[in-house]
Ligand binder design. Structure first.
Ligand SMILES: [Zn+2]
Ligand SMILES: [Zn+2]
Length: 121
């Protein structure tokens, strides 16, 4: 939990090696299991941009979105542009949700980070 908090958007490998700094005997499986458990109770959030490995973060419950750099894959947080969770009530009235109960809408903005865009001519 602490490691995820200190390494926002870290992948499993990064988290695993950071945990091992404090707990040299921890197994990879144990780290996976804890990440899965924390994700399922909602203490951390798993994000997985297309073509990327799963990342974890401890910033949950505020409906923020992510900017992902197409070039180097860096991930940045961006606050939801329109407040609460408007994307979660798409067409409720028309009953097209077909019984689905939504709890999250994931928005990912793709582009180039400042580092990568500055090397583009
Ligand atoms: Zn970049
Ligand atoms: Zn985030």
């Amino acid at each position: 939990m602490e490691v995820v908090h200190d390494h926002p958007h870290a992948d499993t490998e990064t988290i695993y090696s950071a945990v091992r700094n404090g707990l040299p005997d921890v197994s990879r499986q144990a780290v996976y299991d804890v990440l899965n458990a924390l994700t399922s109770v909602g203490l951390i959030r798993r994000i997985q941009p297309l073509g990327s490995v799963a990342r974890y973060e401890s910033r949950v419950g505020d409906n923020h979105h992510h900017l992902v750099c197409r070039s180097c894959g860096v991930i940045a947080d961006i606050d939801c542009a329109v407040g609460d969770t408007p994307c979660l009530t798409p067409s409720d009235d028309n009953n097209v949700l077909d019984g689905f109960v939504l709890d999250e809408a994931e928005v990912i903005y793709w582009g180039l980070c400042p580092n990568c865009s500055s090397v583009v001519p």
